[in-house]
Design a protein around this ligand. Structure first.
Ligand SMILES: Nc1ncnc2c1ncn2[C@@H]1O[C@H](COP(=O)(O)OP(=O)(O)O)[C@@H](O)[C@H]1O
Ligand SMILES: [Mg+2]
Length: 510
């Protein structure tokens, strides 16, 4: 392959050779004749939409969209040549710049989910014998019936959707593949067919094949910034830089792969290191995704997430780097934002319809996350509740103890009414869980006593027998929930959670 701008010409010659259609480099089709590979026309996604959607999802890599979309269009128009994949792309460039993300974004756009593709991690096929996992062992090999090939026609078909028959096949990090895998690939790229160990075959005529590689990316980074982080190259030398990076990539690829292999690639796309602006945009998108997730998952209990500029910078500082691009961004958001947020939600500290402010903490090594009510009133960050458990059944005590510790709650236990009263005075619990039959008394009566001492206190009664009418009436009068053993642990936890939330909701500072 001489230069990637000439790929359209090569495509044209191939297409002509297969007596199908003549296609201009932009993917515009002239003189369509018959003999086209059948394809269902995709009604939902006109080409401009596809390009717009893709370039929104793949930030700062306009070349990717520009070079890939025409091949999708060609397939949708039913004009892809026969006897080979619809398109073969080699994606080059530094880590974390969107190579894998490109195929995910395409799968999401074409089929409705990022997972609708067949991804082969070439790192898993570094040794010759491992390649059998991919295509299955040939008959005659011991146990060949047990080796289910990973790459089958069935899997390929299953990765498509109602919306489109075009399958997406990703060979990730091909530089790691064993030579025999590269040889198999050669056949796929050339004829669009892969023969499996059991002599059946997989047809790639309705597939886009993507090969990604980090080859040359180290040299590329050195070219851009010997010692400086990612930056946007000035607009006038951006084109210059693109050309330079491409030739660095090509040199590395030529060193590793044979000319016939490279010749079968339709387009080589060189991914650019992400500029500061691109990284900021990716962060904005991921925060918007998180908000969407909150809205859809929490429904009526959802809230508005406020992430000021300083916090965004904090996340960028921790989640992006020259070496890994945007790769660590998701994990960073998860660690500093999503996880603390989940704790806040799980302990009912976020009032529905309110907002949550994620500010940089004073210590500057974490985020301080606080909930506000609708009117901007700050919710007191409630400390985890303290629960007093009173039961002489040690197994149950121990079980509940573990459960509550997992929920992050403080737990005090007592095995008798006398112990309970001591613990109550000493620990001032937020909730008390009392067994009805205590060795030295009646749990319901103890509960009434506690409630008298602390009005509004949450008391839950547990019982293994039917409560006598008198006790039943007491519970009703004082609004004690009664849990009949055996009960589900989750029921108990939810009881406490929802009742405590109602109480803490009343104690918001005005
Ligand atoms: N250009 C980009 N546009 C949007 N997100 C990106 C981009 N580059 C990287 N990311 C983010 O970083 C993660 C890792 O990127 P990935 O595409 O796997 O990198 P690689 O180029 O090493 O294949 C993605 O899942 C995505 O969240
Ligand atoms: Mg990748």
């Amino acid at each position: 392959m001489r230069d990637q701008n000439e790929t359209g010409d090569r495509r044209r010659s191939r297409a002509t050779r297969s007596a199908a259609a003549t296609i201009k480099p932009e993917g515009v089709v002239d003189k369509p004749k018959g003999a086209q590979k059948g394809s269902r026309k995709l009604a939902s996604e006109p080409a401009e939409d596809l390009a717009a959607t893709l370039s929104r999802k793949i930030v700062g890599q306009p070349e990717a969209t520009r070079l890939i979309v025409p091949y999708v269009q060609m397939f949708q128009a039913g004009l892809a040549p026969e006897g080979r994949p619809v398109g073969v792309f080699l994606l080059l460039g530094p880590t974390g710049t969107g190579k894998t993300k490109t195929v995910e974004a395409l799968a999401d756009t074409l089929h409705g989910s990022e997972k609708n593709m067949v991804k082969i991690d070439c790192g898993e096929f570094q040794l010759e014998h491992e390649v059998a996992k991919l295509i299955g062992a040939p008959p005659g090999y011991l146990g060949h019936r047990e080796t289910q090939p990973m790459l089958t026609q069935q899997r390929l078909n299953a990765s498509t959707s109602e919306r489109s028959e075009l399958s997406l096949v990703l060979f990730d990090e091909i530089e790691k593949a064993a030579p025999s895998l590269t040889r198999l690939l050669l056949g796929v790229l050339d004829k669009g067919v892969l023969r499996l160990g059991d002599n059946t075959s997989v047809n790639f005529e309705k597939s886009l094949v993507f090969l990604t590689s980090n080859l040359g990316s180290r040299e590329m980074l050195r070219e851009i910034h010997p010692d400086f982080g990612f930056q946007s190259a000035g607009s006038n030398n951006r084109a210059d830089l693109t050309g330079k990076l491409r030739s660095i990539g090509m040199v590395a690829v030529r060193k590793r792969f044979s000319p016939e292999f490279i010749n079968r690639v339709d387009s080589i796309i060189t991914y650019q290191p992400l500029s500061t602006e691109a990284l900021a945009l990716i962060l904005d998108q991921q925060i918007a995704d998180l908000q969407n997730h909150v809205n859809t998952r929490l429904g009526e209990r959802s809230f508005t997430l406020e992430v000021p500029a300083e916090t965004r910078q904090f996340l960028l500082d921790h989640g992006t780097s020259q070496e890994y691009g945007a790769r660590e961004l998701k994990r960073t958001i998860h660690r500093f934002l999503t996880q603390p947020l989940a704790t806040l939600v799980a302990t009912n500290q976020v009032p529905p319809g309110g907002s949550v402010m994620a500010a940089v903490a004073e210590s500057r090594d974490a985020l301080a996350i606080t909930a506000r009510r609708d009117g901007g009133v700050v919710v007191k960050p409630a400390s985890p509740p303290t629960v007093l458990l009173v039961d002489d059944n040690r197994d149950l005590l121990r079980f509940l103890e573990r459960l509550m510790a997992d929920a992050g709650w403080n737990l005090v236990t007592a095995e008798s009414a006398a112990e309970a009263k001591l613990a109550f005075a000493q620990h001032k619990p937020d909730a008390v869980l009392l067994d009805y039959m205590l060795p030295d008394g009646n749990g319901v009566e103890v509960g009434v006593e506690f409630l008298r001492a602390v009005p509004g206190m949450l008391v839950i009664v547990m019982t293994g027998t039917i409560l006598p009418q008198e006790e039943e009436a007491l519970c009703e009068e004082h609004n004690f929930p009664v849990l009949r053993k055996p009960f589900l642990a989750s029921d108990l936890m939810n009881q406490i959670r929802s009742r405590l939330a109602a109480v803490s909701g009343a104690s918001l500072s005005a």
